[in-house]
Design a protein. Structure first.
Length: 252
């Protein structure tokens, strides 16, 4: 297998220039080789992409948090994948549940955005996750299967695709699924990728867990075979917590 863990910080709508000091702290830890064996990624708001790229060393990825599905045109307030790339992004988070809720992004929308991102050369991190109501109704596998099939474009390569499993009820709540449940759901997602793209492809794709990941619980998630890293919200805003999570990653 040998999938290197990806430790990804999603800053969401947080971060002014003052917070670039957190990136300097990450850069200092990278310089002293004190970040653990995983790959690091930070997704700041679009306003800080260019500055983030300047403050971070080149081996730390910088990601946007969404992109438009068109390359240019009359879309006031939107940003194309190429614009984000030019600003410093090498990756983009797509289909986060907050985008799906706040901006009514459907699986088809996410897929179109992913196609645009891939065409611009960006790595795409596609998020899936069930709501509390869906979980209670035992619909988790149906929802995850549908989201994965509908949101991931057919022409993607394994290197350019990362999946993030983020149960909505675990985001920002302090609640998390049990390691047993996470293992089962990540295995389900990998099998689903294998059915569509083949086993070799699926075994290369990193599947991150997201939802209330903290320094205190990250290691138990990283110990699971099919968990290839974390997508971290709140705990990524402080370099000390983000780095503590990164340091708890095992070598793979
Ligand atoms: O949504 C998330 C990352 O994309 C998770 O957020 P929290 O880590 O704050 O729960």
């Amino acid at each position: 297998m040998g999938r290197r863990l990806l430790i990804a910080g999603n800053w969401k709508m947080n971060g002014l220039r003052a917070e670039l000091a957190e990136l300097d702290a990450i850069a200092a830890a990278v310089a002293s080789q004190d970040t653990g064996p995983g790959e690091l990624l930070v997704a700041p708001p679009a306003t800080l992409l260019a500055a983030a790229r300047e403050h971070l060393p080149s081996d730390v990825s910088v990601a946007a948090q969404t992109c438009h599905h068109n390359t240019r045109g009359p879309h006031t307030g939107d940003l194309s994948a190429h614009m984000l790339q030019e600003a410093g992004a090498d990756s983009v988070i797509l289909g986060h549940s907050e985008r799906r809720t706040d901006h009514r992004e459907s699986d088809e929308d996410v897929c179109a955005r992913a196609q645009a991102a891939l065409a611009a050369g960006l790595r795409t991190i596609v998020c899936v996750g069930e709501s509390e109501a869906e979980r209670r109704a035992n619909e988790t596998l149906t929802i995850l299967g549908r989201q994965l099939d509908g949101s991931v474009p057919g022409e993607v390569t394994a290197e350019k695709l990362v999946i993030a499993y983020e149960p909505i009820w675990a985001i920002g709540t302090g609640l998390t699924p049990t390691p047993h449940d996470i293992a089962e759901l990540h295995a389900f997602l990998r099998n689903r990728l294998a059915l569509r793209f083949g086993h070799a492809f699926a075994s290369c794709v990193r599947i991150l867990y997201g939802g209330s990941v903290k320094p205190s619980n990250a290691a138990e998630f990283f110990a699971l075979d099919d968990v290839d890293g974390a997508l971290i919200g709140g705990a990524s805003l402080k370099a000390t917590d983000f780095l503590a999570i990164a340091r708890s990653a095992p070598e793979r």
